[in-house]
Design a protein around this ligand. Structure first.
Ligand SMILES: [Zn+2]
Length: 393
């Protein structure tokens, strides 16, 4: 099987600022007569195509989608700026994956923004962007969720057409990635069903490369990559040109994200030390857990909605003891003495009652030697408080 589309290296770190215009590489192929270098391969649609259908029978907005309000989501339409590469990421008649990915991302953004989510796209036009730069949009913004949107292809098997969703590395790497991937996959089964099924649709990107996909390995936030269907399937390629079909896919992903949000997006916040700086003699670190549910004040909200035995804390990868207080959801760990000066990572994992794992589990602490006589300690309010996830930088 040909590798999924995401695996092609997008080595150009520079944007091709000219959008759809081909760079000058000698005599260019004639897009007027060669569909394999053409652009604008989708059926045209008005700019407000998705927005004008929100709330219609084809695009309902259930009340529970409200839990997406305030969730920070980066959508990454795969590829772009590649039309000059003859046949690159195209279906049998020349429909481009980059264009279908972008349209789905734009429609999905319209839906998410409608219910109050905060959304950024890694690209708005037909430009090339490095894999690291795509993930960097999510990292630098401090997004909650990063989704790279793709469609798949395989050589010499036109009948193949199924959904897969990819996570980085192994299942222990970042468990929330699996939550995201699972919700996305299930949403696609329901709202964007394919005629066939791969029996384990959640796939590790290390099946393709030892280091995984660059776009996922560079993401320091909860991330997944969708391969919703196969544009190498001739009938699917033609469907993917259709704006109604792109909207159906976007709507399926939208409801998937809403179901994820309904089930609660757990988080961890550092309370003490507020500066995230500790001395070499260790000391107490206090955190507050958020199950993503209690804050709704729904009936029964005061009951514990974190699975006690799911709480695991690691310091620099090694498990350390913790104390969890149900009242107030406080979590305490005692750092050992003798830590080397520099950055150390606390990895705080837990699951809420719906088995959703903490979105961004890592808290970075700096171990510093005590200031000498006359030196002020730089613990003032100007320092970053570790309430922000490490992923924000
Ligand atoms: Zn792709």
């Amino acid at each position: 099987m040909r590798t999924p589309c995401v695996c092609v290296t997008l080595s150009a770190a520079l944007l091709l600022a000219a959008g759809c215009t081909r760079p000058d590489r000698g005599a260019p192929p004639d897009a007027a007569i060669d569909p394999m270098v053409s652009v604008n391969t989708l059926h045209p649609a008005p700019e407000d195509y998705a927005r004008s259908r929100i709330g219609s029978a084809e695009c309902p907005i259930p009340p529970w989608t409200k839990f997406l309000r305030g969730v920070k989501i980066v959508l990454d339409p795969g590829h772009g700026g590649d039309a000059h590469r003859r046949g690159f990421k195209r279906g049998p008649t020349g429909v481009r994956e980059a264009e279908m990915n972008l349209r789905v991302a734009q429609y999905l953004r319209d839906l998410l923004v409608h219910v109050g989510a905060e959304v950024r796209l890694t690209r708005e036009t037909d430009v090339d962007l490095s894999l690291a730069a795509r993930a960097g949009v999510a990292n630098e913004w401090g997004a909650d969720i990063f989704i790279s949107l793709h469609h798949n292809a395989v050589d010499n098997k036109p009948e193949v057409n199924y959904t897969s969703v990819w996570y980085h590395a192994d299942v222990d790497h970042h468990p929330a990635n699996l939550d995201l991937a699972r919700y996305l996959a299930q949403g696609l089964y329901d709202g964007f069903p394919m005629p066939s099924f791969t029996d384990v649709p959640l796939k590790s990107d290390q099946l393709m490369y030892p280091a995984g996909f660059g776009v996922l390995s560079n993401a320091r936030v909860t991330a997944a990559l969708t391969e919703s269907s196969f544009f190498s399937n001739p009938a699917e390629e033609q469907r993917l040109r259709n704006p109604a079909y792109s909207l159906r896919e976007a709507h399926a992903l939208f409801l998937a994200l809403a179901r994820y949000a309904v089930a609660g997006l757990p988080r961890v916040q550092l309370l003490e030390p507020t500066s995230a700086v500790v001395g070499p003699n260790g000391g107490l670190v206090r955190m507050r857990l958020d199950d993503g549910l209690r804050g709704r004040k729904s009936w029964g909200f005061a009951r514990q909605m974190i699975l006690t035995d799911s709480i695991v804390v690691r310091l620099d990868g090694r498990r350390i003891a913790h104390a969890f207080q149900n009242d107030g959801y406080l979590l305490e760990v005692e750092l050992p003495a003798g830590l080397e000066p520099g950055t150390h990572t606390l990895d705080v994992r837990f699951q809420n009652m719906n088995k959703n794992s903490v979105l961004n589990p890592r808290i970075e602490l700096r171990v510093e030697n005590p200031p000498g006589p006359g030196q002020a300690r730089r613990d003032g309010p100007g320092r970053r408080t570790a309430a922000q996830p490490a992923a924000g930088r």
